[in-house]
Ligand binder design. Structure first.
Ligand SMILES: Cc1ncc(COP(=O)(O)O)c(C=O)c1O
Length: 367
């Protein structure tokens, strides 16, 4: 589906061409992009800093909110150090350039890892090896055979399916001269006691573990971050052109991100609401014959019949002012598939609206 440009949006609804739709698209999992305190933090910082520092942080573009956010993110996620980048894609580029500067020449990737991880490994001039999706033992066989320093790369929660990677097993199999990088764009804010991410959810701390994430999705702000041990983060800061040659996220949005983190830490109800929504939606999808994963994540992907059937269902839902995104985004379970996501701001009523519309659309299909 190619949506017309959005005219206005709340955490649950969007307006296109004058019509307002209940939306199950996007990745604003915690509803923080529309939180009044987050918006007002951005507005206040705009007054102080303007819209952009208009230069790389290595020159004149470094502002207090950037440094504050790095230190808040490192403390929150329990990593030694953090480096802020303009977005999640660039964070992956920077992380791999940092690893390359430490002599890592091989990247072992899940076959369905996010495209930015493949691009990052290419930019860092690493040799790419892929392992079967979610198969940690295949990854182990590859790096054992390589017997050279390498980095294993995976989405922590897969963008297109919501499934959690076998991070425990991957971490257990890596040796001293290896790293495991998890891209936690879809686990950060959702998983962990306060939303610290997938590593926290699995209770993992390891000197060779690196985490990257966007701050544009669950945190609802802007920026990306690389988290890891201080030595590696310092090398990334000094060696990565993805960091050195880019202008950071607006200080206003970095300041908003600091406020969003405080909300994550203090507002337990918001996370409980998201997880209750996940359970409700899973139950209701299963009850209408749609099978789902059982991971505690707000992303569900599925197909119904062939491409024409899915386009027909998509339009039936649009007629009822519901957006259920039908997409071809790379790394999905099929060439064309529905990928829906929940936010903490959705209500049980919203979920019923979606599943009832979906059930009716399925019933109306020709036998
Ligand atoms: C797994 C993953 N990594 C990286 C990115 C890139 O993040 P950003 O949009 O902040 O550049 C995305 C999303 O777009 C993503 O889903």
């Amino acid at each position: 589906m190619k949506c017309p440009p959005t005219q206005s949006a709340s955490a649950t609804h969007v307006t296109h061409d004058g019509d307002t739709y209940l939306s199950f698209g996007g990745c604003n999992y915690m509803g923080l992009a529309h939180h009044p305190a987050v918006i007002s933090a951005a507005q206040n910082a705009l007054e102080t800093f303007g819209l952009s520092t208009s230069a790389s942080r290595q020159t004149t573009g470094n502002a207090l909110p950037h440094e504050q956010l790095e230190s808040d993110l490192a403390r929150f996620t329990r990593f030694e150090s953090a480096l802020l980048l303009p977005d999640g894609y660039t964070a992956n580029l920077a992380a791999l350039q940092g690893l390359a500067s430490q002599g890592i020449r091989h990247a072992v990737l899940d076959a369905r890892a996010h495209s930015s991880l493949f691009d990052a490994a290419k930019l860092a001039q690493m040799t790419i090896h892929t392992y079967n999706h979610l198969d940690a033992h295949h990854a182990e066989r590859i790096h054992n055979a390589l017997n050279q320093p390498c980095v294993v790369l995976t989405d922590a929660v897969f963008t297109t399916t919501g499934m959690i990677a076998p991070i425990n097993t991957l971490l257990n199999t890596i040796t001293d001269q290896m790293y495991l990088l998890i891209d936690d764009c879809h686990g950060f804010t959702v998983l962990g006691k306060q939303g610290q991410g997938t590593a926290h959810h699995l209770d993992l701390q390891h000197p060779s573990l690196i985490m990257t994430t966007t701050l544009l999705k669950g945190l609802g702000c802007a920026g990306g971050v690389v988290l890891g041990k201080a030595e590696l983060i310092s090398a990334t800061r000094n060696e990565s052109t993805a960091f050195i040659c880019t202008t950071p996220a607006s200080p206003a949005l970095a300041s908003a991100a600091c406020t969003a983190l405080k909300i994550l830490e203090s507002d337990q109800e918001r996370r409980e609401q998201l997880h209750s929504n996940i359970n409700t939606l899973r139950r209701e999808l299963n009850s209408i014959g749609i099978t789902t994963h059982s991971d505690p994540t707000p992303i569900f992907a599925f197909t119904i019949g062939d491409a024409d059937t899915m386009r027909h269902i998509e339009h039936q839902l649009l007629d009822q002012k519901i957006i259920l995104p039908l997409m071809e985004y790379p790394g999905g379970p099929a060439p064309l598939y529905f990928r829906l996501s929940l936010t903490a701001s959705h209500t049980t009523e919203h979920i019923h609206q979606l599943t009832s519309a979906l059930a009716s659309a399925q019933k109306a299909l020709p036998a």
